[in-house]
Design a protein around this ligand. Structure first.
Ligand SMILES: [Zn+2]
Length: 337
């Protein structure tokens, strides 16, 4: 995944104008107290069924990405995986766009990154942006084994899971001839920052937010999926999401509850994370939220596999992928359009 960081800001202290985010990288900052459970507003809409979402297919998309090896920016494996994502989207009938940009890798070397975009019903004015990062981290700096710390991670969860759920959502949206205006954005170079620093993270989303693939791009909301595949994942109310996209956040969590996925989508405040939703809030003023496996109640909020060699296929759960895919797909098709 990505990012790393988690910051200890309080949602209330955030104001859009001063989103000069505290540092990325360190997960050692103080944690906010877990706030009491809050009650999600219930809507009076009738019960609804989940949209079709094939967790076996989503799992295969995780597996296929991991099979490329480490997808560290500026490597052949990373290029091949990006090409594969584009080819799958094209095979389902999407027009795709590639966006190259200049950035720096984990070690500070100048490299070129590439964002990938696919749009459904591009003429539709009412749009929702769905995004995930497809790069993986060049180092396992949180691994307990010192000899592993300088090796890249496989990123089955941190990177591949969010991409896989987006791909399955894209495939299903075409299958059901959805009338939604959807943009699927696969951002590059999210996870190359230095621990303890706010430099180097989220480079692809920052570039896209400053230079969207369509001039004057607008969307009703943006939904980021990051680390959405691990067993026993916990998705809490990430603080920036709650501060800037609360109605959409509550709608998604409420949808999860109604679909029976309340054990994953927890009605509880989480920390503020520097992730790919932040540049979209800051630069484009689009309400953006982050569905990310992070729980303040853990010793390591992201889970023990985060930025370690343990982030491999063994920690991926089809049920978690299904919980996220059904929830997001159903929310966008029935509640957020
Ligand atoms: Zn990461």
């Amino acid at each position: 995944m990505k990012k790393t960081i988690k910051i200890s800001i309080t949602a209330l202290s955030l104001t859009l104008g001063l989103l000069s985010l505290p540092s990325c990288g360190s997960s050692s900052q103080s944690q906010e107290k877990n706030s009491e459970k809050e009650t999600v507003e219930k809507t009076n809409t009738p019960k609804f069924e989940a949209i079709s979402f094939d967790a076996d297919s989503a799992f295969r998309f995780v597996n296929d990405q991991v099979a490329f090896g480490h997808r560290v920016p500026n490597t052949p494996e990373h290029k091949a995986c990006g090409d594969w994502i584009l080819s799958k989207l094209k095979s389902w009938g999407y027009d795709t766009t590639e966006q190259n940009f200049k950035g720096t890798d984990y070690y500070g070397k100048a490299i070129t990154g590439r964002n990938l975009i696919a749009s459904l019903n591009p003429q539709a004015k009412n749009r929702i942006l769905l995004l995930a990062h497809y790069d993986t981290r060049a180092v396992a700096d949180h691994d307990a084994n010192v000899s592993n710390k300088t090796k890249p991670i496989l990123g089955a969860d941190d990177g591949a899971s969010g991409v896989a759920v987006l791909m399955e959502l894209a495939r299903q949206a075409q299958k059901r001839n959805s009338s939604l205006g959807l943009d699927f954005l696969f951002v590059d170079m999210e996870d190359g920052g230095q621990a303890g620093s706010d430099e180097g993270w989220c480079q692809g989303s920052q570039y896209w937010a400053e230079t969207p693939h369509i001039k004057g791009y607008k969307a009703k909301c943006a939904i980021l999926l990051d680390m959405v595949g691990a067993k026993n994942a916990k998705f809490c109310w990430e603080a920036y999401s709650k501060a800037y996209a609360a109605p959409y956040l509550y709608t998604i969590w409420d949808t999860a509850s109604k679909l029976g996925w309340g054990a994953y989508f927890i009605n509880k405040d989480g920390s503020g994370l520097v992730d790919d939703h932040v540049p979209i809030i800051k630069e484009l003023k689009i309400p953006a939220l982050d569905i990310v496996n992070y729980d303040n109640a853990r010793e390591n909020g992201f889970g023990r596999h985060w930025h370690t060699q343990g982030d491999n296929l063994n920690i991926i759960s089809k049920e978690t992928l299904r919980a996220v895919g059904e929830t997001v797909g159903t929310a966008i098709e029935t509640k957020l359009k």
